[in-house]
Design a binder for this molecule. Structure first.
Ligand code: BGP
Length: 477
C-alpha cells in the first residue's frame, strides 16, 4: 500500500515506553515509591486502589506488576539495540522522578538514579536515536502524596522545578525534546496517576482537581522557561490524551455535548499553547463552584512560556450525547465513550478509528497552529508466542498501517507533524489493567500476568514491517 502524501524528510519515527510500566527495579539504587508501585493488577483491586490510594497504602497485595515489569532497568541496552535495528530515529521514554528524588522534596538528587538515565541517553545517542523525554509520566513520588497531599499543594511546583533543573543541566546538549507532563488532562480522570492525589475523601473533588491542574500548568510553563534558558534550541511540548469527541447524532443538543466534551480536553492545551485560560472556563468554573487560588504572577508566567509543539496520544475517537442514559457505552482510554456503530473494537473494547486520528490532528492544528507530535498510538492485543519463537500479529500491522495512512492524509491536509512514536514498542505492563497480556509491542516480552516468564525478547512479525516503513520513510506502508 502506498501513502497518500510523503512524510517529511526528517520525520521522527520511533516508539515509546514509560518508566513506571517498563523499568521494574522499583527499589533499586535508592528509588522511592511511585504511584504504580502501590497498585495490584486489574483482577485484584487495581480500580479500587486507584480510587482510594491512601487506603491501598495500608494494604498488602499478592502481586505488584510494576515491581519488576519488563525489567527495562537491566535490559535497556538490548531494548535500545532492537529499536536501532528497526531504524528508530527517536525513542520516547520517561524519567522516574522518585529515582532522582526518592521523597520528591530533597534538595540534592540521587546520583545512582541519574546514572541510570545517563546510560539510557548515551545508549540512544550511540545508536543515533534522538531521546524524547517525558519528565513526568504518571510518576509523582508517592511521598509527595503522603507528606504534601500531591499536586493540590502549591509546593509541588518548586519540587518539580528542582527536579527539572537537575535534568536540564545534566542532559543539556544531549536531550533536545522534552514533554512536561504525560496526558496532562488525565489528572481529571486518574488523579493518582495524574497528580498523586487521593480525592476519595474530598468534599469538593472538582475544586481539588482543577486547583492541582493549575499548579501543573504553572509548573509546566516554568519548566518550559527553564528548558529554554538552559538551551535556547530545546523543544518543549505539552502532552494530551487526545481524541476528538463526535456527536451521537445531528440533534443540536448532541452537537453541543460534543463541543463541551472537546473543550474539557482542550482546556489544558489552550493554557499551555495559547498562554491563557480559555474564555469558556469562566462559566464552567462558576457553574461548578470552582475558585482557583493563584499567585499574582501566575497569569504572566502562563502567557510568557507557551510550548513549542503539541504532542498527544491517540487510541480512538470518542462519542457522546446529551442523553447518555439509553445508549450503550464502551471501554476506552479511561474516558467513557458511547459505542459507535460504525467502528470495530479491540479485545478490550477500545474503538478503532484511523480517520479519527486525521480528524484529531486537523482539529488540534486548526486550533493551535503548532507542530504536532503523535507520541502514543497502538493496538493492545493478546499475542501468542509460537513454539518457534515467532509472533504473528497482522492485526497490529493493519492497525498501525491504517493510522499512518491517516497521518499522511493529515500531512497532506497541511498539518505539521514532527513524528510518530508507537506506544509500548516493546511489550510492557498496561496502565489500566496492570497486566502484561495487553500487549502493544513490535517486540514480545516473555512475561505473563502473574509475573512468570524469562523476560526474553522476541521479534514479532510487525517488527520487520515497521522496520521497512521507517527505512522507506513511510513510502511502504
Ligand atoms: C495512555 C498512557 C500510557 C499507556 C496507554 C495505553 O493513557 O499514557 O501510559 O498505558 O494509555 O493504555 P493501557 O496500558 O491501559 O492499555
Amino acid at each position: 500500500m502506498t501513502k497518500s502524501a510523503p512524510f517529511p524528510q526528517h520525520f521522527l519515527w520511533g516508539g515509546a515506553l514509560a518508566a513506571n510500566q517498563a523499568e521494574g527495579a522499583y527499589q533499586l539504587d535508592g528509588k522511592g515509591l511511585s504511584p504504580v508501585d502501590i497498585l495490584p493488577d486489574g483482577k485484584h483491586g487495581r480500580k479500587e486502589a486507584l480510587a482510594a490510594p491512601l487506603k491501598a497504602l495500608d494494604r498488602t497485595y499478592d502481586y505488584y506488576p510494576s515491581h519488576e515489569s519488563i525489567d527495562f532497568y537491566h535490559h535497556f541496552k538490548e531494548d535500545i539495540a532492537l529499536m536501532a535495528e528497526m531504524g528508530f530515529k527517536t525513542f520516547r521514554f520517561s524519567i522516574c522522578w522518585a529515582r532522582i528524588f526518592p521523597q520528591g522534596d530533597e534538595t540534592e538528587p540521587n546520583e545512582a538514579g541519574l546514572r541510570f538515565y545517563d546510560q539510557v541517553i548515551d545508549e540512544c545517542l550511540n545508536q543515533q536515536i534522538e531521546p524524547l523525554v517525558t519528565i513526568n509520566h504518571f510518576d509523582t513520588p508517592i511521598a509527595l502524596m503522603t507528606t504534601y497531599g500531591g499536586w493540590k499543594n502549591r509546593q509541588l511546583i518548586d519540587f518539580y522545578l528542582n527536579y527539572c533543573q537537575v535534568l536540564f543541566k545534566r542532559y543539556n546538549g544531549k536531550v533536545k525534546y522534552w514533554l512536561t507532563f504525560n496526558e496532562i488532562n488525565m489528572i481529571l480522570h486518574i488523579p493518582l496517576f495524574g497528580g498523586a492525589l487521593d480525592i476519595s475523601e474530598e468534599a469538593h473533588p472538582e475544586q481539588v482537581l482543577y486547583q492541582s491542574a493549575h499548579h501543573q500548568l504553572v509548573a509546566s510553563a516554568l519548566a518550559t522557561k527553564l528548558a529554554h534558558e538552559h538551551n535556547p534550541q530545546a523543544q518543549v511540548g505539552c502532552m494530551l490524551a487526545g481524541a476528538t469527541y463526535y456527536p451521537y447524532s445531528c440533534d443540536p443538543a448532541d452537537i453541543w455535548s460534543a463541543i463541551e466534551a472537546n473543550r474539557n480536553n482542550y482546556f489544558f492545551i489552550d493554557v499551555q499553547s495559547k498562554g491563557h485560560y480559555p474564555k469558556f472556563a469562566e462559566r464552567f468554573f462558576a457553574e461548578h463552584q470552582i475558585q482557583l487560588a493563584m499567585e499574582p504572577e501566575d497569569l504572566d508566567i502562563l502567557a510568557a512560556n507557551t510550548v513549542d509543539f503539541i504532542s498527544f496520544s491517540y487510541y480512538s475517537s470518542r462519542l457522546t450525547s446529551h442523553d447518555l442514559s439509553d445508549k450503550e457505552s464502551t471501554e476506552g482510554n479511561v474516558f467513557a465513550s458511547l459505542k459507535n456503530p460504525y467502528l470495530k473494537r479491540t479485545e478490550w473494547g477500545w474503538q478503532i478509528d484511523p480517520l479519527g486520528l486525521r480528524i484529531t490532528m486537523n482539529d488540534l492544528y486548526d486550533r493551535y497552529e503548532k507542530p504536532l507530535f503523535i507520541v502514543e498510538n497502538g493496538l493492545g492485543a493478546k499475542d501468542v508466542l509460537n513454539a518457534d519463537g515467532t509472533v504473528d500479529d497482522p492485526y497490529r500491522i493493519d492497525y498501525t498501517r491504517n493510522h499512518l495512512m491517516a497521518v499522511s492524509e493529515a500531512i497532506a491536509d497541511g498539518v505539521e507533524c514532527l513524528g510518530y512514536t508507537s506506544w509500548g514498542c516493546i511489550d510492557l505492563v498496561s496502565a489500566s489493567t496492570g497486566q502484561m497480556s495487553k500487549r502493544y509491542g513490535f517486540v514480545y516480552v516473555d512475561r505473563d500476568d502473574s509475573g512468570q516468564g524469562s523476560l526474553k525478547r522476541y521479534k514479532k512479525k510487525s517488527f520487520e514491517w515497521y522496520k521497512q516503513v521507517i527505512a522507506s520513510n513511510g513510502e511502504n506502508l
